[in-house]
Design a binder for this molecule. Structure first.
Ligand code: PHE
Length: 337
């Protein structure tokens, strides 16, 4: 048996040396070390070896098995290494790779995210509504009379069925109050549409952010505090906010909000938003549509505001032409990474 073992060792080593690929090495492994391989068959014969020889023969058997295993593994890795070397011949793996172009969020989206984050800290939830609206949600419920210029066909995109592209995001005020009872504290970023001649400062579609807060005892002081906090967080502590009396059908009193901030460049007041205290007529329209008195104007007050994200982005980044924001030229967008 010992002679046989030595013979197997010699044969196996010779075959391993000759194996020219990994499959050939594997075949040698199966032939000698596999379940019915020659070493395994010999192991079975161990029981016939006389007692006094068992230890010696067993040791030799194990030794040869170990030697073959490591020779086979060694040959496999050598062949693998050779194959890799061949595959890489003439290739410089230290050359830098092809850079992958990394995208970024659109400047308006970035601004919107920052605005949402600030309002969220004040407890405002996100709300939305459809871009295609009916006149009730866009005008009637917002106390906007039939002869208001915003309702004119020259100013608004109407569909043939009487629906329209919403002219402002104030529609979401109504849609939210139809669904939720007070207290309501929401912001609603979204698109608004007007029949404007497209030029450096006008698009037919632009982005607004609406806000609404309704609860018991909400006052103009809350409105001012919220708006001032928001713009100071967004544009810096030095930002100054001015409220100028104005008129909106759905708020009373109403204000326009002017800002003066180093972040906005020019040292002058810039008109940036509209706001006011929710007109009781709006609550009444909502109650009528809900069929209850959830927004009792004797009990609840509220404020609303709205501003244009495009306009704010333009001033913030000194963008000279609003059309740059929608042309999606990567040379422009690449500056806002
Ligand atoms: N919806 C108004 C606009 O588009 C802005 C506004 C919103 C004013 C809420 C007051 C309250 O001009």
């Amino acid at each position: 048996m010992e002679t046989e073992l030595e013979q197997i060792r010699a044969e196996a080593f010779a075959e391993i040396g000759q194996a020219q690929d990994e499959a050939a090495v594997e075949a040698v492994r199966v032939k000698f070390l596999g379940k019915t391989g020659r070493i395994s068959l010999l192991s079975e014969k161990m029981r016939d070896v006389p007692k006094e020889d068992k230890a010696r023969v067993g040791k030799l058997l194990n030794e040869i098995r170990a030697a073959l295993t490591s020779a086979i593994d060694g040959r496999k890795s050598a062949l693998e290494a050779e194959r890799d070397t061949r595959a890489l011949a003439g290739v410089d793996v230290t050359l830098p790779g092809t850079p992958v172009a990394v995208g970024a969020l659109h400047p308006i989206t970035q601004l919107q995210h920052r605005a949402i984050e600030i309002f969220r800290r004040m407890g405002f939830a996100l709300a939305d509504g459809p871009d295609i609206e009916d006149e009730f949600h866009c005008f009637d419920a917002l106390n906007t009379p039939a002869d208001h210029p915003a309702r004119n066909e020259q100013d608004t995109f109407y569909f043939s069925d009487g629906r329209l592209l919403r002219t402002h995001t104030s529609t979401v005020q109504i849609r939210t109050m139809e669904k939720c009872a007070p207290p309501v504290r929401i912001i609603a970023p979204g698109a608004a549409y007007r029949r404007d001649e497209v030029d450096a400062t006008h698009l037919a579609q632009f982005k607004q952010m609406e806000g609404l807060y309704v609860d018991e005892g909400v006052s103009v002081a809350d409105l001012k505090g919220t708006i001032e906090f928001f713009f100071r967080e967004l544009l810096g502590k030095e930002t100054r906010v001015r409220f100028r009396p104005h008129f909106f059908p759905f708020t009373e009193p109403s204000f326009e909000i002017d800002l003066k901030a180093p972040a906005l460049g020019a040292d002058k007041w810039l008109e940036m938003a509209g706001c006011g205290m929710v007109d009781p007529a709006v609550f009444e329209a909502v109650n009528k549509s809900r069929g209850d008195a959830a927004f009792d104007p004797e009990k609840f007050t509220g404020f609303a505001f709205g501003f244009g994200l495009d306009r704010l982005a333009m001033v913030l980044h000194a963008v000279p032409d609003i059309r740059l924001l929608v042309e999606n030229d990567v040379r422009f967008l690449g500056q806002f990474k």
